[in-house]
Design a protein around this ligand. Structure first.
Ligand code: SF4
Length: 264
């Protein structure tokens, strides 16, 4: 009779000590059913794809390095605010070497209109140094390497992998986190949970652009303060308790959004 008890105690103490396999962890995070059927999710993203056939990020950049810097600067700042500052900065420093040569004080001057600029200037110099010294001045193409760079977290790495290297990733920002929970597409308590669940419920063939579609939908229609359901193309499909309209907006391609119109 005592054997099972001992065995179970040993198992529980082992599992408390053993680090969880990351693949198992992501599977657990993703383990939730969307309230939408496969056909409804397909239809939802088909409509987003008609509205915005070629969605683009709004952060200006000229190469993977300037993209890393722009994304790192965009935390708690608007894309328009970052673009204003980086236009002049990237003219003089569009490679890690040039950024290092410019130095922290000058970088700080260029970006002082952006929130948290002191810390961000430090990070820009530190990440440039690491790129030169560790990565041969080339922006790495894996998430594990990208998050080694100072000031680069999982979200920034996902944006860079998607926009610079064409990988289907889901960088969960404030808009995506809100929409996933508000409309119950992939509810989760943390950005990691939402990311894992969205990666599972979004039809694979729509995954590459889904990140931008959801951000733009959140920025311009399903807004934080008031969801503009009367302008929403998925109003008939949406199961949000906050929904104020059941009639979908006409499904037409939208003109490009004005940079900086939305505030993150
Ligand atoms: S119907 Fe309203 S709540 Fe639902 S996705 Fe559209 S804007 Fe958001």
């Amino acid at each position: 009779m005592s054997t099972p008890k001992l065995k179970s105690a040993a198992t529980s103490s082992q599992s408390a000590k053993a680090p969880e396999n990351p693949v198992v962890r992501r599977k657990k995070l993703a383990a939730v059913r969307s309230v939408y059927s496969e056909a409804e999710r397909e239809e939802m993203f088909r409509r987003f794809s008609i509205q915005r056939p070629e969605p683009k990020g709004e952060l200006e950049h000229s190469n993977p390095f300037t993209l890393v810097v722009a994304v790192a600067l965009s935390a708690q700042a608007t894309d328009a605010g970052v673009n204003k500052a980086t236009r002049a900065l990237f003219k003089v420093a569009d490679t890690p070497e040039k950024m290092l040569a410019l130095g922290e004080d000058k970088v700080r001057d260029y970006i002082k209109t952006i929130g948290l600029y002191r810390n961000k200037a430090k990070n820009v110099i530190a990440l440039s140094r690491m790129l030169v010294e560790v990565f041969g001045s080339v922006v790495p193409q894996t998430r594990d390497e990208l998050v080694m760079l100072p000031g680069v977290g999982r979200k920034t790495a996902n944006v860079v992998l998607s926009m610079a290297f064409g990988q289907a990733t889901m960088a969960v920002d404030t808009h995506i986190f809100r929409i996933a929970n508000r409309i119950k597409l992939a509810p989760g308590k943390t950005p990691d949970e939402v990311e894992a669940r969205l990666m599972k419920v979004i039809p694979k063939h729509y995954l590459y652009h889904a990140h931008h579609w959801l951000i733009l939908h959140g920025r311009y229609t399903c807004k934080a303060r008031r969801a503009e359901c009367e302008h929403c193309v998925i109003a008939d499909l949406c199961r949000s308790p906050e929904k104020s309209c059941d009639i979908p907006a006409p499904l037409v391609e939208l003109p490009p959004q004005v940079i900086g119109e939305g505030v993150d």
